[in-house]
Design a protein. Structure first.
Length: 694
């Protein structure tokens, strides 16, 4: 897709998020903020954007502007977003002057927040933006850096070569422009993200000294010792994007600074190398030069720290906040430059390196939930379950589940223009959803809005624990088409609540939309349970309609306003709405709200007996699916695969009896196993993979 086609698709997606063709220009601009935020979250530039559009005037008539933010727990930085959207027929040009005006308005907002004048002079009132102003002030001493982002649907002028860093109140600030070209490049990337390149000669003269360690068809290994101040400076510049996503999730949940590491930095920095386990990293490319003094790494592409996140974050904190001298600290570094060309295998290899290098610490299996059989089952069903046609369409469509980042884009990479249009017709982008969407929608319906409000990463980890605890031996209750349809129905419900809240007469820019939506969905769930223990929402009807009934929409609009009042009125003066919504007490107050359920709502309910009967049918289907999947996998892997497995087992982990007989049969052409035989072979394969077979 060329850039103009991408631009038009982006505008249409923004309209779809709001009110379709009825969307006003302001609606489209709001939709574009959501689109940029979501797409850059998928690209791991952000993890949990909080929209908070505000424009006002501060002291001395200075213009103030802010459109969103994210406090990054992993690197203690505060990411601030300002938007410049035109939604014109074609992209405009973003000049340096226009960009600097936007950046100065954000800088003014921060400075006014520091001075506390913003409360009395800007007319901000109670909103997400006022929450941000309070956060900027309270977190001032612990903020390592401001990262200011300009989101624009224009194309950046070629004259903008670089954006010099600066300071606000003594805190470093950097500026980034995400224009339509840059967003398009990320969307077109096979990896689904911006594979940034680090020039190590900017940090270490002549590059980082290293030793080649191991070479295979899949990776090239290096060993190095990296100075502590260099690692801290790298983290200061690139932030949490250096951390592999699972490690970032772990740090966000557990805290980035380790007191023991801090103690060594302060008391015995010269012994840091002895006491610390070092860091493990991956990269997708490395420029290594051999000279008279050995090998030196000059640059690395898509560097990811897969083990040693706390070490890195603690060094950065010591440098920025503790002002510690790191010159005598050195850290051992193991680097694997992954050379696998296939995107799926590349992601899996990086995740496996992260998993195995974290085996001896507290990173749990839930932190590596992306490749769990639950995710694989959703992916399989999303490719074969057709959704009912809607709005007079004469064809059915799919809800495309993107288990691994970039799958939706990669599926179109090698298609002709005609085939690409056909793919997008049957797989519309508006029906693409990802793992964090599932976690958000499911936990909302499970009445856990306070967990959802803690951010995408923490919520995903919580949901991973929920599924892992209930998966059992084969996950039959989840691995079926009925469950997949229910998941999609809850995604439809959540997205429609977003639209209903945005279009409500009481809603205004700055209100905490994300929290209102998750709390509304949870309140709907709990209200139905309280109304009738013998009833539940008819998700099959939502799936069949691919939308909500008028009765359900009307009820949601009625309750959302009351829920908003509770969320934006914390019980303690000065308490952040964002922090208040993360408390279980907030949910308890919303849950206790008295809501009158109209009789017409019964039309969207079914009896619990019907629901249980459908669930039982789903489980039976799940059992059959497990059999089919096992049989398909055995045959698809092929005879050569099973021969390799037999040969490997003979040398490393001998197998006997039925397992040995079946493995040898599987290596013979023409043999087809029974259901039970396929199950035995899959169990054998899984066991040997854990023991080292690849």
């Amino acid at each position: 897709m060329d850039i103009l086609g991408f631009y038009q698709e982006l505008i249409e997606s923004a309209k779809e998020r709001m009110h379709g063709e009825r969307s006003s220009l302001d609606d489209i601009k709001t939709g574009l903020l959501y689109e940029f935020s979501d797409r850059l979250t998928l690209a791991e530039e952000f993890s949990d954007v909080i929209p908070c559009s505000f424009a006002g005037v501060g002291s001395r008539g200075r213009k103030l502007r802010i459109d969103g933010y994210q406090l990054d727990d992993a690197d203690s930085s505060l990411r601030l977003i300002v938007c410049d959207f035109s939604a014109a027929n074609e992209p405009e040009s973003m000049t340096r002057t226009r960009a600097e005006i936007a950046f100065k308005q954000v800088q003014a907002f921060v400075e006014e927040s520091f001075s506390n004048k913003i409360w009395s002079e800007s007319g901000m009132g109670r909103s997400d933006a006022s929450e941000l102003a309070s956060l900027i002030t309270s977190a001032r001493n612990n903020t390592s850096r401001f990262r200011v982002y300009l989101f624009t649907d224009s194309i950046m002028s070629d004259r903008i070569k670089e954006l010099p860093e600066g300071e606000i109140g003594g805190i470093p600030v950097e500026f980034q422009i995400w224009d339509i070209s840059r967003l398009h490049a990320v969307s077109a990337s096979a990896f689904g993200l911006e594979e940034f390149e680090i020039d190590l000669t900017d940090f270490v003269p002549n590059g980082l000294s290293c030793l080649p360690a191991s070479v295979t068809d899949e990776y090239q290994g290096f060993l190095a010792v990296i100075p502590g101040d260099v690692l801290a400076k790298l983290y200061d510049k690139y932030g949490s994007k250096l951390l592999e996503s699972n490690v970032r999730s772990y740090l966000t949940a557990k805290g980035s600074v380790n007191k023991n590491i801090q103690g060594t930095i302060k008391a015995e920095p010269e012994k840091f190398f002895v006491y610390n386990n070092g860091i493990t990293c991956t990269a997708t490319n490395a420029y290594v030069v051999k000279g008279d003094d050995g090998y030196r790494i000059h640059s690395l592409k898509y560097l990811q720290i897969v083990n040693g996140g706390q070490t890195t974050a603690s060094l950065h904190t010591a440098m920025m906040l503790g002002k510690s001298d790191l010159s005598s600290i050195h850290i051992q570094m193991k680097l694997s430059v992954v050379t696998v060309e296939d995107t799926k295998n590349l992601e899996e290899m990086i995740e496996n390196i992260a998993r195995f290098s974290n085996m001896q610490n507290k990173v749990s299996d839930a932190d590596f939930f992306s490749n769990h059989p639950y995710q694989q089952a959703l992916e399989r069903h999303s490719r074969r379950v057709l959704a009912p046609s809607v709005q007079g369409a004469q064809y059915n469509t799919y809800w495309f589940y993107e288990r691994a980042r970039g799958q939706y884009q990669n599926a179109q990479l090698h298609l002709t223009p005609a085939k690409k249009r056909e793919f997008q017709r049957f797989n519309p982008r508006s029906q693409m959803f990802v793992k964090t969407d599932v976690a958000k929608c499911e936990n909302s319906w499970l009445c856990r809005p306070h967990i959802v409000s803690r951010g995408a990463q923490k919520n995903f980890s919580d949901f991973a624990n929920y599924i892992t605890a209930r998966w059992g031996e084969d996950g039959r209750q989840f691995n079926n088409e009925g469950y997949f349809r229910e998941i999609v129905a809850r995604v439809i419900l959540f997205r429609n609540i977003e639209k209903l809240v945005s279009s409500a007469s009481w809603y205004q820019a700055g209100l905490p939309r994300a929290q209102i939506v998750t709390y509304t969905m949870s309140k709907l769930s709990s209200t139905i349970k309280e109304y009738s223990e013998a009833s539940t929402l008819d998700f099959k009807a939502i799936w069949n309609m691919q939308g909500l009934s008028p009765e359900l929409e009307e009820f949601i609009q009625e309750i959302a306003g009351s829920i908003c009042s509770v969320i934006i009125t914390p019980p303690v003066t000065g308490m952040h709405v964002g922090e208040w919504s993360k408390k279980e007490k907030c949910w308890e107050l919303v849950k206790d709200l008295e809501i009158t359920v109209p009789k017409k709502l019964q039309r969207v309910l079914i009896s619990t007996e019907e629901a249980k009967s459908a669930e039982a049918e789903n489980v039976i289907e799940g059992i059959e699916n497990i059999k089919i999947d096992a049989l398909t996998t055995v045959i698809t892997l092929g005879t050569n695969y099973w021969k390799r497995l037999v040969d490997w087992a003979e040398e490393h982990s001998p197998i006997f009896g039925k397992e040995s007989d079946l493995a040898r049969l599987a290596s013979r052409k023409g043999w087809i196993p029974s259901d039970r035989q396929a199950a035995v072979l899959i169990a054998l394969r899984n066991r040997l993979i854990k023991e080292g077979f690849r």
